[in-house]
Design a protein around this ligand. Structure first.
Ligand code: ADP
Ligand code: ZN
Length: 367
């Protein structure tokens, strides 16, 4: 069953196509936006091995040729050197403003390629073909592109919306299980933020989601993209409602920092634990019932994610270190820590007056 989500931002809008078998249809999907029958594909070695031929065949069906730039996998690919070499490689093959570049890969490839597209000859158009669940539900909406610098992650970038997103559900079948679960953390996040019905859908289908069942997964991707598109379009400047997307993320960033952003802890894994922490902290503050907090925690755990900080991989994590990281989070203004807390499942809100002493006590118990 094919589905489509329209993302409307400002005067521009684009579609996210969600279905199985879309790589084979990439030619017919992209043809309407091409000025010449050629595209530039940027991908990584892992994805190229498994999915590049299918995409190229789908393009070839419509007579579209492709120049391919393959990068190494991993977060360290998002660097200045690869920004330069990718732009140079594309230009050496004649890429200009009229051309379209296709990002085939996870968040790493999407972030770097979106930035390449924004900069090359002052901007060429790009199409996202996200191959991780995380990229399908997260990076496909919002238009954030970036590379990392030695000053920190995602500091060099720009907002750049794609022409279209092709979210083929078949590619998720080859995703390593840890990557699948990390993506599921961002999926359940949308239920926990403001959608009890979706939360219940996830609760009831946890097993199928964990087995990457294509029907259930595509429904989950559709609802997640719709939720993010709605929240982002209501708040393009990122001052208000968009902050809700950070549910679990301030805790998660502290865990990731404490771990040194190593491979032992994926972003989504940290978010899973971070959301459980947000609910437990909400309970500790008397905002949320114990029943609701436990239900949230169980649903996260059922997706194969760790909810206990003491059992989380990449640890041990230490309470005071986590607090220190949280106080230095970029969302912390003048020592005033803002956290997304919850009055229940689907009842998240922005708390701008978090008390550092109670948070310290909470983190001590957690660790
Ligand atoms: P994210 O989307 O989580 O930011 P990355 O771009 O770092 O992730 O991709 C995570 C890892 O999964 C990388 O090693 C990447 O090569 C690999 N990968 C991406 N998509 C697939 C896929 N569909 N099948 C198998 N491996 C994939
Ligand atoms: Zn996230």
């Amino acid at each position: 069953s094919a589905m489509q989500v329209t993302v409307a931002l400002g005067e521009r809008s684009y579609d996210i196509h969600i279905a199985s078998g879309l790589l084979s249809r990439a030619g017919e999907l992209t043809k309407p936006i091409l000025k010449q029958p050629r595209v530039y594909i940027v991908t990584d070695e892992n994805v190229a091995k498994i999915h590049l031929e299918t995409l190229k065949a789908g393009l070839a069906k419509e007579g579209i040729s492709a120049f391919v730039e393959v990068l190494p996998p991993g977060e360290s690919t998002k660097c200045y050197a690869n920004l330069e070499s990718t732009i140079d490689a594309l230009m050496a093959q004649g890429a200009d403003r009229n051309d379209v570049v296709i990002a085939l890969g996870g968040g790493v490839i999407g972030d770097l390629t979106g930035l390449v597209a924004g900069l090359l000859k002052r901007g060429m158009r790009f199409v996202q073909v996200p191959t991780t669940l995380l990229a399908q539900v997260d990076s496909s909406v919002g238009g954030k592109t970036a590379i990392n610098s030695k000053m920190g992650k995602n500091l060099i970038g720009l907002f750049n919306q794609p022409e279209m997103v092709i979210a083929d559900q078949d590619v998720l079948q080859t995703l390593p299980v840890r990557e699948l679960r990390a993506g599921l953390a961002e999926v359940i996040k949308y239920g926990l933020i403001d959608d009890v019905e979706f939360f219940e859908f996830i609760e009831q289908n946890a097993e199928k989601l964990n087995a990457a069942d294509p029907e259930i997964l595509s429904e989950a991707v559709r609802v997640s993209c719709e939720a993010k598109a709605r929240i982002v379009s209501e708040d393009e400047t990122e001052r208000g409602k968009r902050a809700l997307l950070n549910l679990g993320h301030t805790f998660a960033h502290a865990l990731e920092r404490a771990n040194g952003f190593g491979p032992a802890l994926l972003h989504g894994e940290a978010v899973g634990t971070g959301m459980a922490m947000a609910f437990r902290y909400s309970q500790a503050l008397g905002l949320c019932s114990g029943q609701e907090a436990v239900r949230a925690e169980k649903a996260i755990f059922a997706l194969g994610l760790e909810t206990d900080v003491r059992k989380l991989s990449g640890g041990p994590y230490e309470g005071d270190a986590l607090l220190e990281h949280m106080m230095h989070d970029k969302k912390t203004e003048q020592g005033n820590l803002t956290l997304i807390l919850a009055k229940g499942i689907g009842q998240s809100y922005i708390e701008k007056q978090v008390d550092a002493d109670s948070l310290r006590a909470f983190l001590k118990i957690e660790t």
